[in-house]
Ligand binder design. Structure first.
Ligand code: NAD
Ligand code: DAU
Length: 360
């Protein structure tokens, strides 16, 4: 692992991973390819450790010529592929971008890797394509179903999940057909610093601070398996260094509260962290709104494989992670201001919540 191409490294998990890699891997050069869509920002890459080992490249993963030239120019030996359209609600309104970036973009990267690493003799040694996927490809669990395992059949429900499932299949197919050395991880809901405030946890923190409604979809009893983003980065790093080619691993946080419990928890943390707030108790801001169409009820990850094979366990409890996250958003007002001014943020909030009733 010398010249690592990170795609989507200006987004939430990607930027956390770039930071983690620069801190933990002394010899590595990181080439960060990101189109800077509404979800990506150079604000996420300020104050990187060892910035001399990081090169930012603005560009689209669907651009085959560009991607091929990056492999050649920087002698890429490792890909960590995060770039994607990632928000389920947006995939319901505008699935086109999800099909393009998540499926065609992944195909483009696989082609570039195949051409650079395999289409000559002898093929390059010590190369790796690591694909970042999601638990959503497995569908939805009932309250009594066991957690998802690596061999749980795929049953994606949203356009987002279907596009991620398609990209996973392409990665596996390139591994099987062309012997492209790959690994794949399916991860549960991440939270922590630098998450774009369209997602549940940062949206609730920032709305509560401004006394805005806290929109809980449906009955709020849906369950997610929350993982602190730093724990996810550590798991990916471990997989890159230690996992055999062709393996996939589930990564989860072992926390399965309901959405309503998460929101109430955040309200309690904010009541204490901002004692002078005129909106206390913040839970009075909770509003139940129209549910997400096709909303998956429950996700939960069985992490036996990654813990027994690679010795990974999440380090942060949910209580610690939520507290750290609230503190981070309180301490980064400038980041919040910059991010909220970006692209279509206001228009999106109006579009999404207009159809959910009183919050328009
Ligand atoms: P994000 O939306 O915060 O960031 C995505 C990044 O990809 C952005 O910087 C964006 O500019 C970039 N991007 C989008 N389209 C691009 C294109 N065509 N070319 C180049 N760059 C492009 O997403 P995230 O939450 O950080 O998720 C990262 C990855 O992890 C995604 O693949 C997602 O499916 C997966 N994942 C996310 C979670 C989660 O909870 N956030 C959980 C499991 C898996
Ligand atoms: O499970 C992994 C997935 O987690 C990732 O693959 C996705 O990229 C990531 O966006 C996330 O998807 P979710 O749909 O689970 O995340 P989101 O933060 O949008 O929503 C979390 C839960 O909270 C979900 O059940 C919907 C609910 N919700 C969300 C928002 C934005 C609300 O009740 N109100 C809201 O305003």
């Amino acid at each position: 692992m010398k010249n690592v191409l990170v795609t989507g490294g200006a987004g939430f998990i990607g930027s956390n991973f770039v930071r983690y890699l620069l801190e933990h891997e002394a010899e590595v050069q990181v080439f960060n390819l990101d189109a800077l869509t509404y979800a990506g920002s150079l604000e996420n890459l300020k104050d990187l450790p060892h910035p001399e080992r990081h090169t930012f490249l603005q560009g689209d993963i669907c651009d085959q010529e560009l991607v091929n030239s990056i492999f050649q120019e920087y002698a890429i030996d490792t890909v960590v592929h995060f770039a994607a359209e990632s928000h389920v609600d947006r995939s319901i309104f505008e699935p086109d971008a999800f099909v393009r970036t998540n499926i065609f973009g992944t195909f483009t990267l696989l082609e570039a890797a195949k051409q650079a690493w395999l289409d000559h003799s002898p093929p390059a040694a010590e190369v790796r394509f690591h694909h970042i996927s999601t638990d959503e490809v497995f569908g939805s669990l009932s309250p009594t179903d066991p957690p998802f395992r690596e061999d749980t059949p795929y049953a994606p429900n949203s356009p987002y999940a279907a596009s991620k499932a398609a990209s996973d299949h392409l990665v596996r197919a390139y591994g099987h057909t062309y012997r492209l050395p790959y690994t794949l991880t399916n991860c549960s809901n991440n939270y922590g610093p630098y998450q774009f405030p369209e997602k549940l946890i940062p949206l609730m923190i920032l709305n509560a601070l401004e006394g805005k409604p806290l929109p809980v979809y449906g009955d709020g009893k849906q369950v997610r398996d929350w993982l602190y983003v730093e724990d996810h980065c550590e798991a990916i790093w471990l997989v890159l260094r230690r996992a055999p080619v062709g393996e996939s691993y589930n990564i989860g946080g072992g926390n399965q509260p309901t959405n309503l419990e998460i929101v109430e928890n955040l309200c309690e943390i904010l009541d204490e962290a901002v004692p002078e707030s005129p909106y206390k108790p913040h839970r009075q801001l909770i509003r139940f709104v129209t549910d997400r169409p096709g909303h998956d009820r429950r996700y939960a990850m069985d992490i036996t494989k990654i813990s027994t094979h690679l010795g990974w366990q999440p380090k942060h409890t949910l209580a610690e992670g939520l507290l750290a996250t609230v503190r981070w958003y309180l301490e980064h007002e400038e980041w919040v201001r910059a991010i909220r001014q970006r692209g279509d943020f206001k228009a999106w909030m109006q579009q999404n919540y207009a159809q959910r009733g009183e919050l328009a």
